[in-house]
Design a protein around this ligand. Structure first.
Ligand code: NDP
Ligand code: GDP
Length: 333
C-alpha cells in the first residue's frame, strides 16, 4: 500500500500543471484533499490562466523547474516529497513538432528519462504517471487500437511519445518502479490551446456567430479523431496510480468523427451551416497525416472502473459556449 506523508495527506507533483490537463488534474486532486505541487518554467506571460479559470491557482504550490533540467526535478521532488508524480509536460502540438523536432524530442521524449531517474535516485515508492498519446498509433495497424496494437508514429511528437512510453515500461520492468503509461486519445475542453483544431473551430464558430469573422480556414477535414473531455480523462490518470500494480491503459471514448463532423456539430450549435463558412486551405495540411484513430478503453473500464461521462455533443457545446462568453466579455478577440 502507498504510504501518506506525516501530515496524512497524499502529495502529488504535476509537471505541465499550467496546461489543459494539468489544470483539470490539479482540481481533481485538490478535491480529494491532496497537497498539489506544480512544476512551472514560467515561460509565458500569463502561465496561470487555466489554474485561475478553475479557481485552483491559490491552492497549487508552484515550484520552478523544467523537465529537461534534471537538477530542477531533483529539487522539486525534495521540496514536494510527492507520493504521486504526474508527468504531463510536453511540446504537445503535433504540427509544431515538424518545425521543432529536437525540442519536441527533448521535452516530450528524452526528458521522461530525467523524471524517471529523479524518482529512482530519490524515492522509488513514488507512483509515476506518463502522459502517452494515441499519436503513437499514427498509421494505425488495427481498426480499433488498444494496449496491444503496434505503434507507427507519424510525427516527431508521436516518435517522442513512443520513446517515453517504452522508457516508462522499461523502468517498471527493470527498476520495479510503480510507473504507468496512459495512452490517451485526443481530449479537449474550453481550456484547450487555440492552435488545436477543436478550439480553432469552437472559437471560429463563436466569432462568426457574433459577426467578428467571415470565414474559418482549416486543413484536412477528413481526418478522424476519437475526441473526449479532458475533465473525464484526468480521472483515469488518477485511477491508474491507485492500483496495486502499475500498468498501461488506453483511454478513449470508442467513437470517432471527422473534423468536418466536428465543424457541423459546432456550427449547428449556434444555428449556422458550417459549409457556408469553412474553407479548406491546403497550406494547413500535415506533412504526414494520422488519418484516423479509434480507441478501445475496455481494459480501463474493466480494471479501473473508468468510462467517459461527457458526449461529443456536450463537449462541443461546452467549448462553443465558453468561446461565445469570452468574446462577449472581451477576453477573446
Ligand atoms: P498542454 O500543451 O496544454 O500542456 C503542456 C504543459 O507542458 C504546459 O504546462 C507547458 O508549460 C508544459 N511544458 C512544456 N515544456 C516544458 C518543459 N520543458 N518543462 C516543464 N514543463 C513544460 O498539453 P495538455 O494538457 O493537452 O496535455 C498534457 C499531456 O498529455 C501532454 O504531455 C500531452 O502531450 C499529452 N497528451 C495530450 C492529449 C490531448 O488530447 N490533450 C492526448 C494525449 C496525450 P508552458 O505552457 O509554460 O510551455
Ligand atoms: P492532433 O490529433 O494532436 O494532431 O490534434 P489537432 O487538433 O492539432 O489536429 C487534429 C486533426 O485536425 C489533424 O488530423 C489535423 O490535420 C486536422 N486539422 C484540420 N485543420 C486543422 C487546423 O487548422 N489546425 C489543426 N491543428 N488541425 C487541423
Amino acid at each position: 500500500m502507498e504510504k501518506n506523508k506525516p501530515d496524512g495527506r497524499k502529495r502529488a507533483l504535476i509537471t505541465g500543471v499550467t496546461g489543459q490537463d494539468g489544470a483539470y488534474l490539479a482540481r481533481l486532486l485538490l478535491g480529494k484533499d491532496y497537497q498539489v505541487f506544480g512544476l512551472v518554467a514560467r515561460r509565458g506571460s500569463d502561465a496561470l490562466w487555466r489554474l485561475r479559470k478553475l479557481e485552483v491557482d491559490k491552492d497549487v504550490t508552484l515550484l520552478v523547474g523544467d523537465v529537461t533540467d534534471l537538477s530542477s526535478l531533483l529539487r522539486a521532488i525534495e521540496q514536494a516529497q510527492p507520493t504521486e508524480f504526474y508527468n504531463l509536460a510536453a511540446q504537445s502540438f503535433v504540427d509544431k513538432s515538424w518545425d521543432l523536432p529536437s525540442v519536441t524530442v527533448q521535452v516530450s521524449g528524452m526528458a521522461v528519462t530525467n523524471v524517471l531517474e529523479a524518482i529512482r535516485c530519490t524515492d522509488r515508492k513514488i507512483r509515476f504517471y506518463q502522459a502517452t498519446s494515441s499519436e503513437v498509433f499514427g498509421r494505425v495497424q488495427a481498426p480499433v487500437q488498444d494496449e496491444s496494437t503496434p505503434f507507427h508514429p507519424r510525427s516527431p511528437y508521436g516518435v517522442a511519445k513512443a520513446f517515453a512510453h517504452w522508457m516508462t515500461v522499461n523502468y517498471r520492468e527493470s527498476h520495479g518502479l510503480h510507473a504507468s503509461s496512459g495512452i490517451l486519445f485526443n481530449h479537449e475542453s474550453p481550456l484547450r490551446g487555440p492552435e488545436f483544431v477543436t478550439r480553432k473551430i469552437s472559437a471560429g464558430a463563436a466569432r462568426i456567430k457574433l459577426g467578428r469573422q467571415d470565414r474559418l480556414k482549416l486543413g484536412n477535414l477528413d481526418a478522424k479523431r476519437d475526441w473526449g473531455f479532458a475533465g473525464d480523462y484526468v480521472d483515469a490518470m488518477w485511477r491508474m496510480l491507485q492500483q496495486d500494480a502499475a500498468d498501461d491503459y488506453v483511454v478513449a471514448t470508442g467513437r470517432n468523427v471527422s473534423v468536418r463532423e466536428f465543424c457541423r456539430i459546432a456550427f449547428s450549435h449556434v444555428g449556422l451551416d458550417y459549409e457556408k463558412f469553412v474553407e479548406v486551405d491546403p497550406a494547413l495540411f500535415r506533412r504526414a497525416e494520422v488519418d484516423t484513430v479509434l480507441g478501445s478503453a475496455a481494459k480501463a473500464k474493466a480494471k479501473l472502473g473508468w468510462s467517459p461521462k461527457t458526449s461529443l455533443e456536450e463537449l462541443v457545446a461546452m467549448m462553443v459556449d465558453a468561446d461565445l462568453g469570452r468574446l462577449e466579455k472581451g477576453i477573446l478577440s
